[in-house]
Design a protein around this ligand. Structure first.
Ligand code: PMT
Length: 218
């Protein structure tokens, strides 16, 4: 089907931030709102795809058009949800801003304000995208994002190779109106041969459509 290339395809999308607990009342998070990932989820579903959206904490309403909506909090929960579903998926899109580190231990009681300073020991989380990239089968596609502040293009292309992505969508915090929480974004899309597409600053809904067009070409 030329007009609906994703009809019936199974799509896994991650979106939003992750929260990594410090104690029962505090966490380490980031500014992701979920807008970009949710827009991609909606675009796929509008084209007849069966979408599973795995979302970290977000204020957004889950798009009613997705088949399955899974709410998670931490990077570990997001990983487990992805590992379970990715083998039954045609296309994975990793739009979440996953924590790279989490507190090594989570205090069971609220940490008291007693010391003049405190240090928090952190350990690496498992890279979800890289884990899926390793188990990706030949019929599957994996699309990643890169959120950069410097050396943007080189870093994005390195992430594409390192995580075995078929495409990577670069957004830079140096472009005004791009990245976290904005309703707009400006992206460059790379495959392993280099730049495929460069967008203007557009609504995230429009950026989602551009990303789907690029995936359809694969
Ligand atoms: O949610 P919004 O407010 O709309 O903002 C959208 C966004 C800026 C969060 C989104 O467009 C975006 O860029 N998402 C990826 C952010 C990020 O964490 O990028 P990264 O360069 O650190 O990670 C590279 C890739 O690996 C990403 O696909 C990421 O989802 C994935 N990753 C990273 C770490 C990890 N432990 N697991 C992962 O899967």
């Amino acid at each position: 089907n030329q007009s609906k290339p994703f009809a019936g395809k199974k799509i896994l999308i991650t979106a939003g931030p992750t929260y990594e607990a410090i104690d029962p009342v505090r966490f380490i998070g980031n500014h992701s709102s979920g807008k970009m990932g949710y827009a991609i989820a909606r675009s796929f579903a509008d084209q007849g795809a069966e979408v599973t959206l795995i979302s970290g904490p977000s204020k957004l309403e889950p798009p009613s058009v997705v088949k399955e909506f899974i709410k998670v909090t931490s990077a570990k929960e997001m990983l487990e949800a992805c590992e379970k579903r990715f083998p039954h998926t045609d296309i994975g899109v990793m739009a979440a801003a996953v924590a790279d580190y989490r507190p090594k231990t989570v205090a069971t009681e609220k940490i008291k304000k007693e010391e003049k300073s405190m240090a928090l020991e952190m350990e690496k989380t498992t890279d979800i995208a890289k884990t899926l990239g390793k188990i990706k089968a030949p019929h599957q596609l994996l699309i990643g994002f890169a959120l950069e502040t410097n050396n943007e293009e080189a870093n994005a292309q390195q992430k594409l190779r390192n995580k075995n992505f078929d495409l990577i969508v670069l957004n830079s915090l140096n472009d005004e109106g791009s990245g976290f929480n904005h309703d707009t974004n400006q992206v460059k899309i790379f495959d392993k041969n280099g730049l495929r597409h460069q967008s203007e600053l557009e609504a995230k809904t429009k950026i989602a459509e551009l990303i789907l067009e690029q995936i359809a070409q694969l």
